[in-house]
Ligand binder design. Structure first.
Ligand code: 13P
Length: 287
């Protein structure tokens, strides 16, 4: 059964480790992530962007697929199904469809409007026992056509949003989605420290997990990050493994064109990437 992310993140923050949010795109992605979490006895959050939800034929399809896998694959570790960077309307749709967690990304609104809309969703989520992620300070890079500049959040604004009773808070600390440019200045630990000082026990979320050096990930966790989002890295691993298979001509040998064979190396590559991240984040055996 899907669970809210509250308990797993409260434990992670107290235990100084982070739970990975891995974004899903299709059946292979979902199965690879769930099986790895089960094998490593780790809690996990499946992230679905609005674009990926549409691609997978709608939120209800996603909920059906994930619930089916939890049962048929005997997944017993805590799993949350979470809307990533949701709009207000998108969040409501996911709640109706059966997601156990949603993110409302109001970071592009003036803070008053972000507060207003987040507050409404806090009430809805609390009533239903769902977890809610809010965002302050936009995360840079491009995701589903939305481009942010990689701001550093204002710690006072973070406190305003945290005090509304959200479950977890994403604060921009110079992080961006996708690959980091060669001239990236790195994470702003000064901002993170100031945000944690104002928000106390609130589990903080680090977006743009792809390509952040290991030492920075560990430092971020030590400063209160309890959830780390990874998307692009699984995509790159999947693409590289698939390319290798095709370039080796394996799709042309025997029944190598069978999708169950063609997609197998990419599937294994996702599993390996997720394992590496869970080990780095410290969530292994924390189910
Ligand atoms: P990356 O694609 O950079 O790993 O970021 C993922 C993310 O933050 C999803 O919200």
């Amino acid at each position: 059964m899907l669970v809210s992310a509250k308990e797993m993140l409260t434990k992670a923050k107290a235990g100084k480790y982070a739970v990975g949010q891995f974004n899903i795109n299709n059946l292979e992605w979902t199965k690879a992530i769930l099986l790895t979490a089960q094998e490593l006895n780790s809690p996990v959050i499946l992230g679905v962007s609005e674009g990926a939800g549409k691609y997978m034929a709608g939120y209800k399809t996603v909920v059906g697929m994930v619930n089916g896998m939890l049962e048929e694959l005997n997944i017993t570790v805590p799993v949350a199904l979470h809307l990533d960077h949701g709009s207000y309307e998108g969040a409501k749709k996911c709640i109706e469809a059966g997601f156990s967690s949603v993110m409302f990304d109001g970071s592009h609104y003036p803070i008053e409007e972000n507060v207003e809309k987040t507050k409404e969703l806090v009430n809805i989520c609390n009533e239903l026992g769902l977890s809610l992620e809010a965002e302050v300070g936009s995360i840079g890079g491009e995701e589903d056509g939305v481009v942010g500049a990689g701001e550093c959040a204002d710690p006072d604004e973070c406190k305003m949003i945290a005090d509304l009773g959200v479950t977890m808070l994403a604060a921009g600390i110079g992080n961006i989605h996708g690959k980091y440019p060669a001239n990236w200045a790195g994470l702003s630990f000064e901002t993170l420290d100031a945000v944690q000082a104002k928000t106390g026990d609130m589990p903080l979320v680090l977006h743009g997990g792809t390509g952040i050096p290991e030492d920075m990930i560990k430092k971020a966790i030590s400063l209160g990050v309890a959830k780390i989002n990874v998307n692009t890295e699984c995509q790159l691993a999947f693409a590289a493994a698939t390319r290798e298979y095709i370039e080796a001509g394996k799709d042309l040998q025997g029944k190598g064109f069978d999708p169950r064979k063609l997609l197998a190396p990419g599937f294994e590559a996702i599993k390996a990437t997720v394992k590496e991240k869970m080990e780095l984040f410290g969530s292994v055996n924390k189910a």
